[in-house]
Design a protein around this ligand. Structure first.
Ligand code: ADP
Length: 270
């Protein structure tokens, strides 16, 4: 229920008071509103590359094909936009699977040091290209942690690729793992990048929320990376949070229970 109070003063009638309006805002209505917003966002995100592809194809048809250099550039744009759409649709499918809980987790006991070393390896070429130093710091004696390796790799890839995108040449990216308490593992990815303004922090895990839409798009972002990460971590009964300071850097931390809830099997169950 939403309550709105409006003060009223009617001096000529000798009345002062307050009008209270009670509104029943059911959970369903809010859900419906956010669904509508999501569909509008998806349509917009798909329409943008499609419009670009259409106009470049038309330009080729209108004569650009005659000029091999121009034609090559236009085809390049069409390829880029197509790849963006594929990424977007892949991310959307992944989210919808996570939403429908269709995706059962296939948990296996995983060696954390090895997993994080492999993430660093996956990104070492890009880091080298941008002259970004990577630091890995893993607490000793962390036992194998039950997790769905493919899904957690996706979380790490999303978070580390953000760190790379939003950090200038010469920066540092630190991946760390430690026990935050007896039963909980905390993995964090810190960068020395541009950071996120305070006013955007609350909404940063929302679908399609970006600090700077144009910049995110030009970097190939879909605006879904952090929402996917949050859904995967939630499915593991963990939590994810982000701390950031503009021009100083950003740290994303997520936690994972180190033991499965009693009675649960470690192996995949589907
Ligand atoms: P995107 O595909 O746009 O990167 P994400 O959901 O992964 O979408 O991130 C949402 C937004 O959060 C990004 O557009 C960017 O504005 C901001 N962001 C995420 N990670 C970082 C980071 N490490 N440094 C600065 N900004 C970040």
């Amino acid at each position: 229920i939403r309550m709105t109070f409006t003060p009223v003063h009617r001096r000529e009638l000798g009345i002062t008071g307050t009008i209270a309006v009670l509104q029943d805002v059911t959970e369903q209505e809010e859900l419906e509103a956010s669904r509508r917003e999501f569909v509008a966002n998806v349509s917009h995100e798909l329409r943008t590359p499609l419009t670009t592809i259409k106009s470049y194809a038309e330009a080729l048809d209108d004569g650009a094909l005659e000029d091999p250099q121009l034609a090559g550039r236009f085809v390049g744009v069409i390829q880029n936009e197509t790849e963006r759409m594929i990424r977007l649709v892949t991310d959307l499918l992944h989210l919808s699977r996570l939403d429908s809980k269709e995706a059962l987790l296939r948990k296996q006991p995983i060696d954390i040091l090895e997993m994080l070393e492999e993430v660093t390896d996956r990104f070492s070429f890009q880091m080298h290209q941008k002259d970004i130093q990577s630091v890995l710091s893993v607490e000793h004696d962390i036992p194998p942690v039950p997790l769905d390796r493919d899904q957690i790799d996706q979380v790490l890839d999303n978070v580390v690729s953000n760190a790379l995108k939003y950090t200038l040449e010469g920066g540092t990216i630190t991946i760390a793992a430690r026990r935050s308490d007896e039963h909980t593992l905390a993995i964090s990815v810190s960068d020395t990048g541009m950071g996120i303004p305070q006013r955007d922090l609350d909404r940063i895990f929302e679908r399609f929320y970006r600090v700077d839409k144009a910049r995110s798009r030009s970097m190939g972002g879909t605006g879904l990376g952090l929402s996917i990460a949050r859904e995967i971590v939630k499915a593991h009964d963990g939590s994810i949070s982000l701390e950031s300071e503009v021009d100083v850097g950003t740290t994303v931390t997520f936690t994972l229970p180190m033991r499965d809830k009693g009675g649960e099997h470690l192996e995949g169950t589907d």
